[in-house]
Design a binder for this molecule. Structure first.
Ligand code: GLU
Length: 434
């Protein structure tokens, strides 16, 4: 599913391109790490440590289906690195979840937290299941049983899950409840992305989309464009895509195309994004919205726009379409939307690709705010959350921009340089024990 890239034509990438094998998130993440480490002259011993997750937990998760049958699913929690703080990262319910994917996505969480300079490490977990095949009762059972199976290795100072594909605030509330019941006390800080009534942060739901919008706005400005004269196509109208599209629309951009899994709509004069409910609220809303043209998800990416934002799933920008993307700037809203080969093509064509580990990092940043609120037992206002998110995003953008300008590298490499320097410094300072 998710997988990303970097901007060199190394042997691996060529092999990969010729064989047309889809990249696993782990292969891509390791390749990116190695490539960025070479740019940085980072101690190879530390790179070696970072190539391997600290631990991967694999558990059986049996539940009784509504029809009385027992079904056993497989759940994972891959804990990559915790040198800068507790493991942190989402839980994904999706049929393609594998051990490898969790490790790769967990690595990306390590870099994402380090780019944002928040005191967490990286993890990812999930269950190989299609949540659409389960009733609410079955999802609740699955979540509670999975939580119990991994209870010993999670906690507010150990590893803090959050929502990801196929999970939502309700899933996090069940996780928090299952954990708290077993521990004998209410422990909201074990998970983030909860509903605010049980310790969730205001603004957490919209945060990944908000950060995508902020970074898009900064990139538009960096490349000397006026946001009011900028056309934008957004692939995906879930939490990330819909929130990013609406904010950019509010800030004067011309959002001309949006899509969901059913396809997309296009209006060169701009869509009224606020009139389209997000996919999770109304699954048919995008395609039933009045618009002069419909487009497929592939066509949307190739529209003649200034900015394209893939904000749905991984591996949508590939060697097959990278040459046909006409947008001047690509902003990665999803985790891993660009394959290695596509990244290399964009680098050659000088098309800036602002990476996921910066652009969508608002999610984990507000997760950090939520964790602080849980520990302090004091809720922040939505205004405070959004103000502090803006401050953190601008600081991270400035850090990445500094590296981008200082070295002849892609935006992805620049973000990796920021992240890896912090992680390597922390490893170096703490040392290898015993
Ligand atoms: N799943 C989100 C991500 O990929 C958020 C993780 C978190 O908040 O811990 O960034």
């Amino acid at each position: 599913m998710a997988s990303t890239p970097d901007s060199t034509h190394d042997a691996d990438e060529t092999t990969n391109a010729e064989s047309e094998e889809p990249e696993s998130a782990l292969e891509t993440a390791r390749r990116q790490l190695q490539h960025a480490a070479e740019q940085l002259d980072i101690d190879q011993n530390i790179v070696e440590r970072l190539k391997h997750p600290k631990k991967v937990h694999e558990v059986a998760v049996p539940i009784e289906r509504d029809n009385g049958d027992v079904e056993v699913y497989t759940g994972y929690r891959a804990q990559h690195d915790s040198v800068r703080g507790p493991f942190k990262g989402g839980l994904r319910y999706h049929p393609d979840v594998t051990r490898e994917e969790c490790v790769g996505l967990g690595m990306w969480m390590t870099w994402k937290c380090a780019v944002m300079d928040i005191p967490f490490g990286g993890a990812k977990g999930g269950i190989a299941v299609n949540p659409k095949d389960l009733s609410d009762d079955e999802k609740e059972q699955l979540t509670r049983r999975f939580t119990d199976e991994i209870r010993a290795v999670i906690g507010p100072t150990k590893d803090i899950p959050a929502p990801d594909m196929g999970t939502d605030p309700q899933t996090m509330a069940w996780l928090m409840d299952a954990y708290s019941m077993q521990e004998g006390e209410t422990i909201p800080g074990v998970v983030t992305g909860k509903p605010p009534i049980v310790g969730g942060s205001k603004g957490r739901d919209g945060a990944p989309g908000r950060s995508v919008a902020i970074i898009t706005r900064e990139a538009i400005d960096y490349y000397d464009k006026n946001i009011k004269e900028t056309s934008i196509a957004v692939q995906g109208f879930g939490s990330v895509g819909s929130n990013a599209a609406k904010l950019l629309d509010d800030w004067g951009a011309n959002v001309v195309a949006v899509s969901d899994v059913n396809g997309g709509i296009y209006d060169p004069n701009g869509l009224d994004t606020h009139a389209i409910p997000p996919h999770d609220e109304e699954p048919e809303a995008v395609m039933t919205h009045e618009a002069p043209e419909t487009v497929t998800n592939d066509e949307l990416l190739e529209l003649d726009v200034d900015v394209v934002i893939p904000a749905a799933i991984g591996n949508v920008l590939t060697e097959d379409n990278a040459d046909d993307i006409t947008a001047d700037i690509v902003i990665e809203g999803a985790n891993g939307p660009t394959t290695s080969t596509a990244s290399a093509i964009f680098a050659e064509r000088d098309v800036p690709v602002i990476p996921d580990i910066l652009a969508n990092a608002g999610g984990v940043t507000v997760s950090y705010f939520e964790w602080l609120q849980d520990i302090n037992r004091r809720a922040w206002s939505l205004e405070r959350v959004n103000d502090e998110l803006e401050t953190e995003m601008l600081a991270a953008w400035a850090d990445v921009r500094t590296e981008f300008e200082a070295h002849d590298v892609t935006w992805r490499d620049a973000a990796y340089i920021v992240a890896l320097s912090r992680i390597a410094d922390a490893h170096d300072t703490r040392g290898l024990w015993p």
